[in-house]
Ligand binder design. Structure first.
Ligand SMILES: Cc1cc2nc3c(=O)[nH]c(=O)nc-3n(C[C@H](O)[C@H](O)[C@H](O)COP(=O)(O)OP(=O)(O)OC[C@H]3O[C@@H](n4cnc5c(N)ncnc54)[C@H](O)[C@@H]3O)c2cc1C
Length: 421
């Protein structure tokens, strides 16, 4: 086949490296005509096979590596405009040089790109305070499957001149179109950052502490992370309780946990470490080690769920009952208690398909019973493409399929991504 643009080919995998939006449009128009499966590539850090080709199709990977420019940091309107392939870290660093912050942060920020972040609606370590990335987008430029360029860019705070159609490209993992540019909202930088590592007896006390801190310091509390006893043990190599990582960002220097320590219920709470305005944080490096330890110690069955905060206790009690009966499952739980996102992972011994299915069904059913979500922040990709049909309503699923077909009539955008096409 002859291509009207430069292509690197290896078996059924093609790669194009566009330099601008027009190039993306040419590539997509061509692939649509020839019915070639289109897969946009960011930093490829997703965990759900979102950037994996389909063995039975010809796959065109659109690599955004060369569309990596920050076009403008507009200090007056507090908006940064960046091309889709710009690394998250670069946006954070360049904004910081202008005295502003882009408050979305995840561990692989030096690898992942803004296009990938938006298409997975990334959450991360500060979602409690700042929400997901969708809350920090002011406008997008996107390209549809037939090559149409849609310019939804905006720097306006108030603009109801037609619905904000760009929102559908956020969290849809590239199945409706490809993101080429983003206008992102910036915030003023605060003076102090204070991070605590805390040891606490149990989940109920952790919940109580979260509520107290939210009441007293709502504007300053940005992270409230929990580590359950088993991962705590691997991390600190001692008989362990629950650990919390709590972070505040403020314009005043306060000891945020002073008042808490005076309350009787928190008698046993131990502040193990405090870090202020760190550049390299030991506490957050332990949080990264925790993720690394999952694989190291074989906790390979991973569930990325979100629960209403008042359902965590019921959920964990039910899991405990289940693992008392089924001793083949060992839990490895941690998560962003502040925003409800629990990473509930397990070691399964023996690691058979039958056992994994038993566990998956139990976790997903229980999550739905708790009014939770079975895909909190990692998306669905190709890996979890059976879940929508099973756990969403028939009406939702049918509407999604119709909507996709309208935008992508030849079904060339992300074959089998999110659901089987
Ligand atoms: C160690 C680790 C920690 C993580 N922590 C978090 C976390 O705390 N919170 C969280 O929410 N997520 C987390 N993630 C997952 C996170 O969603 C992704 O890592 C990240 O957002 C993907 O960005 P990327 O550039 O690597 O995209 P990729 O992995 O390259 O792509 C992700 C998806 O987006 C599509 N895509 C890429 N670029 C575009 C584009 N321009 N237009 C349309 N579609 C596109 C791809 O086809 C794919 O479906 C973590 C991942 C890792 C590995």
């Amino acid at each position: 086949m002859k291509y009207p643009f430069k292509v690197i080919q290896k078996d059924n995998e093609l790669k194009a490296l566009p330099r601008n939006t027009k190039d993306v449009s040419t590539i997509m128009k061509f692939c649509n005509k020839k019915k070639i499966n289109i897969i946009p590539l960011g930093g490829e850090t997703n965990r759900v096979e979102g950037t994996k080709g389909q063995s039975k199709s010809l796959n065109m990977f659109i690599d955004f590596k060369e569309m990596n420019k920050i076009e403008e940091i507009d200090k007056e309107n507090m908006i940064v405009t960046a091309q889709a392939g710009t690394k998250l870290k670069k946006i954070q660093n360049e904004s910081s040089k202008k005295g502003l912050i882009f408050p979305v942060n995840i561990a692989p920020s030096d690898k992942c790109t803004i296009g990938g972040n938006i298409s997975t609606n990334v959450g991360g370590l500060q979602t409690l305070k700042y929400g997901n990335i969708e809350d920090h987008i002011n406008g997008l430029e996107v390209v549809l499957s037939d090559g149409t360029i849609l310019d939804f860019q905006s720097k306006l705070k108030k603009d109801n001149f037609g619905p904000k159609l760009w929102k559908i490209f956020c969290g849809s993992e590239g199945i409706f179109g490809t993101i080429t540019k983003a206008n992102l909202k910036l915030l003023p930088k605060k003076k102090y950052k204070t991070t605590y590592l805390v040891k606490i007896d149990n989940l109920a006390k952790a919940n109580k502490l979260l509520k107290n801190l939210r009441n007293d310091h709502y504007d300053d509390l940005i992270s409230f992370e929990i580590i359950f006893p088993i991962p705590s043990y691997y991390l600190f190599k001692k008989k362990s309780n629950y650990h919390l990582i709590i972070e505040f960002s403020s314009n005043h220097k306060i000891n945020f946990l002073n008042n808490i320590k005076k309350q009787k219920i928190f008698d046993n709470l131990k502040i193990l470490k405090i870090e202020r305005n760190f550049s390299k944080s030991w506490i957050w490096s332990k949080r990264e080690e925790l993720v690394y330890n999952q694989s190291k110690y074989n906790f390979l069955q991973k569930f990325d769920i979100c629960l209403p905060i008042n359902k965590w206790s019921y959920f964990t009690k039910e899991v405990n009952k289940f693992i008392q009966i089924n001793k083949i499952f060992t839990p490895y739980f941690f998560g962003h208690l502040g925003d409800g996102n629990l990473h509930c992972n397990f070691k399964v011994e023996p690691n058979t398909k039958k056992n994994i299915n038993l566990l998956s069904k139990f976790i997903y059913d229980l999550t739905i019973t708790c009014d939770g979500s079975i895909a909190a922040e990692h998306g669905l990709g190709v890996l979890k493409n059976k879940l929508l049909i099973k756990y969403k309503s028939k009406n939702y699923y049918e509407f999604l399929k119709k909507f996709k077909k309208h935008l992508d009539p030849n079904l060339v955008l992300g074959k089998n991504k999110l659901f089987k096409t």
